[in-house]
Design a protein around this ligand. Sequence first.
Ligand code: AMP
Ligand code: ZN
Length: 504
Amino acid sequence: MTNPAPLKLFNSLTRQMEEFQPVHAGEARVYSCGPTVYNYPHIGNMRAYVFADVLGRTLSFKGYKLTHVINITDVGHLTDDADAGEDKMEKMAAQNAQSIWDIAKHYTEAYWADVKALNIRQPAQWTIATDFVSQMIAFAQSIADKHCYELDSGLYFDVSTVADYGRLARAQTEEGEGRIETVEGKRNAADFAIWRKTPPGEKRQMEWDSPWGRGAPGWHLECSVMSGQVLGFPFDIHTGGIDHREIHHPNEIAQNQAFCCTNGLDRAANSGANIWMHNNFLVERSGKMSKSSGEFLRLQLLIDKGYHPLAYRMLCLQAHYRSELEFSWEGLGAALVRLKRLLMAVEQVKVRQAELGSASIVPSETAGWTLKQVQGDVGGKFQPFVARFDEAVSEDLNTAIALTVLEEVVGLKKVDLGEKLALIAALDAVLGFGLLDLNRTDLRLRPKAATITEDEIEATLAARKEARAAKDFATSDRLRDELAERGVEVMDGDPLGWDWRLGE
Ligand code: AMP
Ligand code: ZN
């Protein structure tokens, strides 16, 4: 049995790979910036949570007791990440003449549905920003004297009061790129509001009393407070999309430094977290990802077109989380085929195991299976695969390689099938497809626009099969063409045995 590989993660703060050393022995505490619930998440947003999920699953696999927190931003995020624009939530509520609380509830539930559909595990806690407002005020009060100043529009954080401001973004070399001084009276262009006062004569749907007047907390303040409150400073890992590396996370770090009275960022722990990790973007060239573009790319659109949501998970895992990933329907189709192939191979293993009656050692709760356990449970033939899988995920979550190792394991011949299934379950618990609980027909979704019923397709296919058996190829071809006209592709040569597919 080989020793477990050291878990190495890329820390955006140092721009280096670092070995994971937990703050609390045996534990991993992770905070992920959650969505702003003013609209449906697009699939790019969901890439951030697939990544955080794989990170969490890997930490569990490596034997750490995971505490994962994801927040729900239901107040405070402006239309511009720097300090300009309107509150995204208030704007949406005004546009739709709806209560902001109803909007928050609706889109939080929609986000949770996507989380579930993508097999993203539930975190230990969802922190809802509006539940933490009194703690936010207390946090702001504790740093106000030394680090903040008040303007008519709110309480501002003076970034010159902390050492190494902007190191995460490497902003000092870019001279504050992307920052515009939009608020009169700010001392430094990068200063940001931690409390926004409601302008006189206005009433916001979400506002609270504070020592600086009625108003609402700033978005950056929320994450500092929720992460510190629940996980304690310093915690292990903070995640988010790469856009957060530029403004949101540098601002969180500045607040954390102020709150914890820590010095410069040569020591990562002074930032509030030891490791800052960022997923790169999912991009779509024609701009359909933008939430303002009408029909944008949300998970439901993929489902409506007949793509199982786990095909999107596959698409994400085929790429490294730090690489930009370009979305295309062809790419998604290929990911779906790969998933089907994997699932069918696993189904065959299950069938053969049942036929042979070999003992099953798959535990009912596979999510809790650690590397150590699986090393103990499977024989020597499997060990090189276990080691390679471990090395892959331990190398900054190289899921692309890990996937190929899983596929190799599924294809192994002349091995104990009970052990093989156990290993598949353990590796799958890291990648998160739930292969042992899926059936191949689960992956065949009806596109919403399809008019033909499954019964009609099956009946025509049965007639065609008879025609072929009778060597009546003219009838067989005619039936195939009829189906094609109605958007059903017959896949005769399909090695998957997938007999038909509804076209778009
Ligand atoms: P938001 O709801 O805008 O706060 O975003 C939720 C999460 O999605 C954040 O971690 C963002 O950094 C991330 N994100 C936004 N757009 C993309 C994208 N196109 N690809 C990957 N992650 C994204
Ligand atoms: Zn955040």
